[in-house]
Write a protein that binds this ligand. Structure first.
Ligand code: PMP
Ligand code: GLN
Length: 382
């Protein structure tokens, strides 16, 4: 059997959701909304299902969705995209990220990764025989250590994988940070895989800037989006890659060998979604911002150290002020079993055991009553 997979544990999201179910806990661990996505998007997919859109669509995606992805690039970021040659639809951003890494990495190539990192990145980089070069952001502000990042790039660097807005830190990279990264990518003549699944979920005036929009980066970036996040439909698993026409053939060939195609009926729904008016996208972020505020205020009241959340579904907290005796895994287990509220230990987003172990991540993409009930349970426990 494959040694790397044998050594890979079950994802923390599955582990903590199972523990939450076992103990009847309110699940603020795995990041999924407990409300449905927009009705017109769902109806469009349902109508397509009933209208015979049930056979293999074109490999790189239904033309209407590729056009919608290209139009969204133009509308939100001013990026001109050829829908026929520069968009690849995948079965979720998870597949898209894997396909982009496959598109550029050869065994022995180095890939720069930023910790804390989403849990699929490291196993996939290693499975491809590439060498991860890890750089840690500095908590609690999650600053980018520029000298260390520069030192992680070298003659063998083929790619950097950048996640902004970032899970689990909820950091939105600034234009200055992005310019620093863009300079490194160009100086080392490599590529950037850009996980931008939370692109529309930013708060307090923070704006997501795709690395692809920086000078010299259009040909070097593979930009990944997810309908799961943009339309609150995480089970749909529709992702999309935007990249230069020189990169798209390899991304498509990776997709060909991973899943080949992606459900056509759901693609129809997502095409309708991406064409929704600006008010939809504004209310998506403003309603999440209100949920963030509700949970952040409650956690602060309970005594947690609440780290800033600039985007995404998550609040990271420092639980040391509560006086808990144990690490983040022990804390999240106790919180689940005793308080009956589930959070995710942030060490799960690090490659090695010397990670900061006093942070717990809470998801706020939940109904207000659920957030309030979770806070009441924690108050009774603390
Ligand atoms: N990247 C990040 C940073 C995520 O948090 C997630 C989880 N939703 C994904 C990728 C995967 O997205 P999808 O469900 O579209 O595969
Ligand atoms: N992206 C989601 C999170 O960070 C979970 C996705 C998953 O369960 N793999 O919570």
């Amino acid at each position: 059997q494959n040694d790397l997979l044998s050594a890979t544990g079950t994802t923390i999201f599955t582990v903590m959701s199972a523990l939450a179910n076992e103990h009847g806990a309110i699940n603020l661990g795995q990041g999924f909304p407990d409300y449905d996505g927009p009705a017109d998007v769902i109806h469009a997919a349902a109508a397509a299902l009933l209208d015979g859109r049930n056979q293999y669509p074109p490999m790189s995606g239904a033309p209407e969705l590729r056009q919608a992805v290209a139009a969204a690039n133009k509308r939100f970021y001013g990026i001109e995209v050829d829908p026929n040659a520069e968009v690849v639809v995948t079965s979720g951003a998870t597949e898209a990220i894997t396909a982009c890494l496959m598109a550029v990495l050869n065994p022995g190539d180095e890939c720069v990764l930023i910790e804390p990192l989403y849990d699929t990145y490291l196993p996939v980089v290693k499975l491809l025989g590439a060498i991860p070069k890890l750089v840690r952001l500095t908590p609690p502000k999650w600053e980018l250590p520029r000298a260390e990042l520069a030192a992680a790039f070298g003659p063998k660097t083929k790619a950097i994988l950048l996640n902004t807005p970032m899970n689990p830190t909820s950091k939105v990279f600034t234009s200055a940070e992005l310019a620093f990264i863009a300079d490194l990518v160009q100086r080392h003549d490599c590529y950037a895989v850009c996980d931008e699944v939370y692109e529309h979920l930013t708060f307090d005036g923070w704006k997501h800037i795709p690395l692809m929009t920086l000078p010299g980066m259009r040909e070097r970036c593979m930009r990944v989006g997810s309908a799961g996040k943009t339309f609150s439909l995480t089970g749909w698993k529709i992702g999309y890659v935007t990249c230069d026409r020189s990169l798209a053939p390899n991304v498509t060939k990776a997709h060909q060998n991973l899943t080949f195609t992606t459900p056509p009926n759901l693609q129809r729904g997502v095409a309708v979604g991406l064409a929704k008016d600006d008010a939809y996208f504004e209310s998506l972020s403003s309603s999440l911002q209100a949920k963030r505020d509700r949970l952040a205020a409650g956690l602060a009241r309970l005594g947690f150290g609440v780290l800033p959340t600039q985007g995404s579904y998550f609040i990271t907290t420092d639980f040391r002020p509560l006086g808990f005796n144990g690490d983040d895994v022990a804390f999240c287990r106790a919180l689940t079993i005793e308080a009956k509220v589930t959070a995710i230990p942030v060490t799960a987003f690090y490659a090695s055991a010397d990670a900061p172990n006093h942070y717990a991540r809470f998801a706020f993409c939940k109904g207000d009553a659920v957030i309030d009930a979770a806070l009441a349970r924690m108050e009774a426990w603390i």
